[in-house]
Design a protein around this ligand. Structure first.
Ligand SMILES: NC(=O)c1ccc[n+]([C@@H]2O[C@H](COP(=O)([O-])OP(=O)(O)OC[C@H]3O[C@@H](n4cnc5c(N)ncnc54)[C@H](O)[C@@H]3O)[C@@H](O)[C@H]2O)c1
Length: 316
């Protein structure tokens, strides 16, 4: 029987991933876990308190709950990582090592680990960035994520552990607010527009970054999880994205619904991070190997975000 552990399950992606997994495999097949306690209840999910920096605790949870597969979503993202690099190292590098090592020991079937466009750096080709390329990031987040990618390869090749992953771009969603990444502006800007507030953007108006909408992110995680192993030529190095845009472009797209909406720009330290990341990605390996195919273009994303945020923020 499949029993899936989701680490970092209270985060932006984990929250919605748990729902998708439950819809597909049944709620009792999913164990959600996080270092934090659920603030507004566990949504009917079985919940385990789990700090991924504690290998012994991971081992215990795997045994106690008869875990067969893992989605490892626990992480400290780029902007938080720059504020606390030591914590980012412990959670992202030690934590991922612990997950891989305990998964190997427990004979876990599949481990899914999302990577990020944060693995790239200023020397990486910025446009149509390929999967296999220069990885010289300058953020602690990026460094720990390159480490995670290489560890995953090591565990796959040395021990035959089935580890799969993809490199997410910025993820746009309305249910759980993003924690502190460099692409969060692409979510915040919607909250401001729908609430009738002006928006002060921390990136320059012409900074293009790759992005995708949450339903496509969730669908791609599950597609990758269910893909046949022989087809996977890569381990975590699958670039995925649906589109790229600049703050000015998303602003204009939102203004089609909110003509009064205003934006100003005041770049901070996140501008420097964004400048070392790709403007667009080559996703052809993901398409060919496991059928990656985003359903939401920019217009559909903007319309759906506004529709849902209106329900949450305005009609409450
Ligand atoms: N959201 C994005 O735009 C984005 C983009 C690229 C990659 N990713 C990757 O996707 C994954 C999930 O990201 P997210 O956006 O949901 O992040 P998030 O910050 O919203 O959630 C991460 C969760 O991990 C938990 N956590 C932190 N330290 C922990 C620890 N020691 N033990 C257990 N849990 C701990 C946090 O409490 C939080 O709930 C990460 O690997 C991230 O690198 C996200």
């Amino acid at each position: 029987m499949t029993k899936i552990l989701v680490t970092g399950a209270l985060g932006q992606i984990g929250t919605e991933l748990a729902g998708e997994l439950a819809a597909r495999y049944g709620k009792s097949a999913v164990l959600i876990s996080d270092v934090r306690k659920p603030a507004s209840g566990d949504g009917g999910f079985e919940f385990a308190s789990l700090d991924v920096t504690n290998a012994e605790a991971i081992s215990q949870v795997l045994k106690e709950h008869g875990i067969t597969d893992i989605f490892h979503m626990a992480a400290i993202l780029s902007a938080s990582g720059e504020k606390n690099p030591a914590l980012a190292y412990r959670v992202n590098s030690d934590g991922t090592f612990n997950i891989l090592e305990e998964a190997r020991k427990a004979g876990i079937n599949r481990v899914v680990i999302p990577s990020t466009i944060g693995v790239f750096g200023a020397e990486t080709p910025r446009n149509h960035t390929p999967d296999i390329t220069v990885l010289r990031p300058t953020t602690m987040y990026g460094i720990t994520k390159v480490n995670a990618e290489l560890l995953a390869l090591y565990y796959r090749d040395k021990y035959g552990l089935d580890v799969r992953g993809l490199r997410f771009p910025g993820i746009i969603s309305y249910l759980t607010p993003p924690s502190a990444g460099t692409t969060d502006y692409a979510v915040d800007i919607f909250y401001h527009a729908v609430q009738g507030k002006d928006y002060l953007c921390y990136l320059k108006k012409d900074t293009a970054l790759p992005m995708m909408y949450m339903p496509d992110a969730l669908h791609s995680l599950i597609q990758l999880f269910e893909a046949s192993r022989e087809k996977l030529r890569h381990c975590l190095e699958y670039n995925v994205s649906a589109y790229s845009f600049t703050p000015e472009e998303i602003y204009h797209a939102i203004r089609e619904t909110y003509p009064e909406f205003r934006i100003a720009y005041e770049p901070d330290f996140r501008q420097k991070i964004a400048e070392t990341w790709p403007a667009s990605l080559d996703s052809h390996f993901a398409r060919e190997d496991w059928g990656f195919k985003p359903m939401y273009d920019l217009k559909k994303t903007v319309d759906d975000m506004i529709l849902n945020l209106r329900k949450i923020l305005v009609h409450h």
